[in-house]
Structure formats: C-alpha cells, structure tokens
Design a protein around this ligand. Structure first.
Ligand SMILES: [Zn+2]
Length: 299
C-alpha cells in the first residue's frame, strides 16, 4: 500500500494527466470548464488534518466548504420539525456550547470562520446526528435511544464536529465521481442554492447531512477512526467523561433496525473501535482530569 503522501501526490498527478488528455481530445468548452475548475481548485490539494497530522487530498478550499456547509444547512432544515425547548433541547444546547469551545481551543486554525449552531430535530425514530463545515450541527431526538446521558451526547457531538474539523466532506467530494457535478457548479462560482439538485444532493451526501437512509454515504474507515480520536479528546477537553464514549458505541452497536450509514457502517467494526478507544483512553483521561481541575479553579 502506498503511504498517504505518495497517494496524494499521485492523485494530483492524475488530475494533471486528465487535464492534458482533455486538452488533447475534448471540445473547447470542456477545456474551458476544466480550466475554471482548476482555477477554483488549484492543484495544491494536499492538506493536513488538525490534531492527527494525516495528509489528505482535498481540492475544496475552506471558504468553499464553509459556504456549501451553510447552504446545505438551510436546505436540510427547511422542512424539519424542530424542538426548541425542554430538557433534551437544553442538554444539546449545553453540549454544543462546551464542545464548540473545546474544539476551538484544540483546533484554533481548523475552526477559524466557524459559526457554531445546533438544531434538535423531532424525529424519534432517527438515531442520528451530523455536523457540517462551519460547525452547523443537528441532533435527532431518536439519538437519545443510544446517548443515555450528557457525556454520551458529548461523545456523539464531539465525533460529528470532528468530521467537520477534519474536513472529511471536502475530502470525500475530492474522491468521488459525484464530485464532478459539484465541481462544475462551484468552479463557475455558484452558491449552494444555485447548484443543480443533483449537485446539491451530492454535496449533502458528502458532508453526511440528512436523515434519509440510502441517500447518505458512510464516511471512510480512516475518517471514522479520525473522528473518534478527535472527538474523544474534544469531549474530554469540554469536561465530559471520555469513558462514556465506550458506552455510547456499545449502545449504538446493540440497537438493531435501519441505522443510518454513519452508525450502520461495518467499518470500523465494533471491536476495532473499542480497541482504538482503549488505546487513546489514557490521554483522554489526562485531558479530562486537567479540564475538571481547571473548571473547579475557575468556578
Ligand atoms: Zn462518523
């Protein structure tokens, strides 16, 4: 298997070859489109993930991701039935506040330009939550079937916002053939609402937003493990007991039925996930204890 850096360089190489082939064989309009795309996505697509240092291939700029994230958020919530008060709402609000502050502390560069927001969606059968670039988060009331307390909710929200911090949506768009529709739109400067329905759907699927089973794609194994790792430390920094993440994933594993791909995904397997969390736990416990000491001092 190629090291990540080499595969990243390889992808850029492939894009360059594609460009040369287009120039040689295709019509002028396609060449112009490709030029627009490469101007919009300069071939400096290797970026580093905050916190893990992993090199990823991502042709989207942070600004483009933030803009698409904001548009996708509006679209996704347009018809949603929202919960705007009550104990569950208060809990999501508290967790969002603490988790977002911790995320900004641990990842100041990666969260630059984020305007954190959350919505609690009334959907008791949907065991799901997601976060878009820019810190736009949504939790479905069904999630409380798996997240049995505030620490477990923090584990989920830490995990979800880590997909945004790790820029997993942009990375996924860069890997997909569906990306062509998005690139064509963004490349010529369209905002989310001006893009074609296909491009809009592909964008939301890549970001992991939405509730309908079958529309979403699971994140890759790499991205899931990375979100577990970053999320564990973010929740601990926010003062939530990291050991509850283990309980959360156990609860998630024991729920049957049609789970959305974010949880139904077979990778990482429950065993792999548990083993990895156990490996990371000593550091998470240190972060948690330091954060508790600090909050005691501050209060
Ligand atoms: Zn995930």
């Amino acid at each position: 298997m190629l090291p990540i850096e080499s595969s990243c360089v390889l992808r850029i190489g492939r894009l360059a070859v594609l460009g040369r082939r287009l120039t040689a064989h295709l019509s002028a309009s396609v060449v112009l489109l490709f030029m627009a795309m490469t101007m919009a996505f300069p071939l400096t697509g290797c970026t580093t993930v905050s916190g893990t240092g992993r090199t990823q291939f991502n042709f989207m700029s942070r600004e483009q991701e933030l803009s698409l994230g904001a548009g996708a958020y509006q679209e996704e919530l347009a018809d949603a039935k929202l919960v705007t008060s009550g104990p569950q709402f208060d809990m999501v609000k508290r967790v969002t506040k603490r988790v977002s502050a911790a995320a900004e502390k641990l990842h100041p560069d990666a969260t630059k330009g984020f305007t954190w927001e959350f919505r609690l969606i009334d959907a008791p059968d949907t065991i799901n939550a997601w976060a878009l670039p820019g810190g736009k988060m949504a939790v479905y009331t069904g999630l409380f079937k798996a997240a049995k307390n505030e620490d477990q909710l923090a584990a989920v929200m830490g995990h979800e916002c880590s997909h945004a911090i790790g820029r997993h949506g942009g990375e996924r768009m860069s890997q997909q053939t569906a990306a062509q529709a998005i690139m064509a739109g963004v490349g010529v400067g369209l905002s989310f609402s001006e893009m074609s329905p296909t491009a809009q759907q592909a964008t939301m699927a890549a970001f992991g937003a939405g509730s309908e089973y079958g529309v979403l794609l699971p994140f890759s194994r790499h991205q899931e493990s990375e979100a577990d790792e970053l999320g564990l430390f973010i929740a601990a920094e926010a003062g939530y007991d990291p050991r509850e993440a283990v309980e959360l994933w156990k609860n998630m594993g024991s729920i049957g039925g049609n789970k959305p791909p974010e949880w139904a995904s077979t990778h990482p397997s429950d065993e792999t996930r548990q083993a990895r969390l156990a490996e990371l736990m000593p550091r998470a416990m240190e972060i948690w204890k330091a954060s508790k000491k600090k909050s005691k001092k501050d209060s």
